[in-house]
Design a protein around this ligand. Structure first.
Ligand code: SF4
Ligand code: SF4
Length: 428
């Protein structure tokens, strides 16, 4: 499936939004009677599933994809009974089990959560806090092939219009402080810095860490750009920040790690910026797994035929096609777009105007790259036209006068190449 970016709501000046000063707390979405979890099952192949309809699950229980492997699981954010398990195909054809859970009135907590009362450990972060709000990068933390020597707590937003991180910083500073201590202990990483938008610097001063300023100009908060601008390290094409020893963790994930160890409870409430058709915004807190229809119903937002719902922000978000789509640990934004405001995507050819090249922060020759991507020549695009240098900001699509879905071509190409590399590695 091709990802689309959604540019119709973007203001002419491409700056991250600042949180409205009067917003100090999110509105609480009432607990749903049924929650939905997506459990990846890419590695199941011929192995039997572990779960079946009617199974009881506990809050904090690891729900595994298949017997005999501990690799793919989700941690249940609530206790209840599995009411259905259906196949679900996500972006780029990735397959999942869509698990619906009838949430019980009285919550029973899995013994797994008791680990939060012990000394912080990488194992607990991986097994208990793998799916906490904020998307803790547990795989990178546990990857023994790389050495992380710096952690950056990213207090800036991942996309335009979203203000989720800012509310976390303003409302959970003590939890962030605690989370930094816990993560340092669990990982033994010596250096921790904060990446903070200028207007929030006084809010984080009490944490006492090295602060790196982030400009409000999009996409300054992108980790690869921050590596260059704030740390003076250019991330090699095709590599990521972890390969250079630096791991970025969202402020929300760090706050939730801190809260988990402070209280001994599993954090399950995701902070989300909901942007309505008229551009008005609400900050809400929803249980992980809450179907989007319950969020919309609580906020009295009507979605008509051919309107669009986007998870994420306007530059990098993804359209969703089911009202059952749940709030997940990385759902920072939900945008509802009127059918008349959906940006046009055309099949006009590239006219070589160069706008995309001028705006690209990674200096990718996008006008040349796009020709290879349109022809499906992904390996040539990678070797000859710097596909791997792209940081996936979406600016090229935003400025394209031919309204070509350039960003979507790029993400598709990267996905296809990753598939090829995985297949080659498996066959080696
Ligand atoms: S998405 Fe487009 S503008 Fe952004 S880095 Fe990639 S090629 Fe450049
Ligand atoms: S902005 Fe669009 S039309 Fe212009 S060079 Fe880039 S891809 Fe081609």
């Amino acid at each position: 499936m091709i990802k689309r970016s959604f540019l119709g709501l973007i203001k002419p000046r491409l700056q991250y939004d600042m949180l409205d000063g009067s917003t100090t707390a999110p509105e609480q979405i009432p607990a749903s009677s049924v929650i939905v979890l997506f459990l990846p099952n890419m590695k199941r192949k011929n192995m039997p599933p572990v779960l079946k309809t009617g199974d009881a699950v506990k809050k904090g229980q690891q729900l595994f994809s298949c017997q005999g492997t501990n690799e793919e699981f989700v941690v249940s954010p609530a206790s209840g009974t599995i009411s259905s398990i259906e196949p679900f195909i996500g972006g780029f054809g990735k397959t999942y089990d869509k698990i619906s859970i009838d949430v019980s009135q009285d919550q029973t907590v899995d013994a797994n959560v008791d680990n939060l009362k012990k000394a912080p450990s990488l194992s607990t972060l991986q097994k208990v806090l793998a799916n906490i709000p904020g998307n803790l990068p547990v795989d990178a933390m546990a990857n023994t092939d790389i050495t992380i020597n710096t952690i950056v707590v990213n207090c800036a937003e991942a996309d335009l219009q979203v203000t989720t991180s800012q509310l976390i910083v303003k409302s959970k500073i003590e939890d962030i402080k605690e989370g930094v201590k816990v993560i340092k202990k669990a990982t033994n990483v010596p250096n921790v810095s904060l990446a903070v938008p200028e207007h929030l610097q006084s809010a984080v001063a009490s944490i006492g860490l090295n602060i790196k300023k982030v400009s409000l100009d999009y996409p300054s908060a992108d980790p690869k750009l921050l590596m260059k601008d704030a740390f003076g390290t250019v991330v090699t094409a095709g590599k990521n920040c972890e390969d250079h020893g630096t791991l970025f963790i969202s402020a929300e994930a760090v706050a939730n790690v801190g809260n988990a160890y402070k209280t001994g409870n599993l954090p399950v409430q995701k902070m989300v910026t909901v942007i309505n058709k008229d551009g008005s915004k609400k900050m809400v807190s929803a249980l992980i797994g809450t179907p989007v229809k319950d969020v919309l119903s609580f906020l009295k937002i009507k979605v008509n035929e051919n309107d669009r719902i986007i998870f994420g922000g306007p530059m990098k978000g993804t359209a969703i096609f089911s009202f059952d789509q749940p709030v997940m640990c990385d759902t920072d934004g939900i945008i509802i777009q009127d059918k008349d405001d959906i940006p046009e995507i055309s099949d006009y050819p590239c006219i070589n105007c160069g706008e995309c090249v001028r705006i690209c922060p990674a200096n990718v020759p996008v006008n040349l790259l796009i020709r290879f991507l349109e022809a499906g020549q992904y390996e040539n695009a990678q070797i000859m036209y710097d596909l791997d240098s792209c940081i996936e900001c979406g600016l090229c699509s935003y400025v394209c006068v031919s309204k070509m879905p350039v960003y979507q071509y790029i993400t598709l190409a990267k996905h296809e190449l990753a598939q090829i590399r995985t297949a080659e590695a498996n066959n080696a």
